[in-house]
Design a protein around this ligand. Sequence first.
Ligand code: R5P
Length: 283
Amino acid sequence: MIVPGSASQALSAALAAETGRSLATPEYHWFPDGEERAAVPDFAGDEAVVVATTDSNDAFVELLQLQDAVREAGADRVTTVLPYMGYARQDRAFEAGQPVSARAVARAVSTGTDRVVLVTPHEADVAEFFDVPVDVLDASPLLAEALPADLTEPLFLGPDESAESLAVAVRDAYGAGETDFFEKERDYDTGEVTVTPSDAAVAGRDVVVVDDIIATGSTMSEAVAALHERDCDAVYTACVHGMLAANARTKLAAAGVERVVASDTIERAASAVSVAPLVADAL
Ligand code: R5P
């Protein structure tokens, strides 16, 4: 059975339809003290695929409970799909005394599963933190499906160098256009982002800025604003994980974005493409 975490209900239903597996109906009960009990009363079978985006601390604890609940209900094999793995960006101790949070959560998740499937983690190396086999999937090419087919001289741009490979993947899937990247600096204390545009000619062109995640929207809104200062035509933003926390969507609108495209690894209004077929293939 496919067993949905509460933040991955639409994706789980799509995955059940895609694979022909049945869909469990967990009950997520919240106690007055803030604790949750996630139960799977209708679980049947010997294999569970728990699909749980961990975009909050609560979602992590819920995932651990779902893994435990299906074992209690008789599952002898558990696969855990993390459409979005929270804490993956803290994949090393950047300053003395800091945790490697990605390793800590990976170890915890590993205790309740036989296998993990990750979708476009911030760095693929995060797979090494798990104590069970991990499949790393990249959903970025799917984003091309949600872009207009008639972009003008499209330029696919990473807002920093590490995102250039994602821009290339989307360009390749789109089938036309050039790629480039900006330089980005983030003030570690304030979170403020500064982008330095490249020399790429953007005037009169449609630009697609591609990243793995839009979280606060600072990176993307700075990139979008810098592009408009240089007279590009429309600017689209495309990301796998549309966290769009707090006022991110408004910041993007204020910067002049034409459209925000994301997948359903985090279920939002911007989730224009589904990773269900990609995950179904891996299963
Ligand atoms: C960082 O390296 C990531 O790839 C994203 O660029 C970053 O996490 C986006 O965060 P925000 O939307 O808060 O700027």
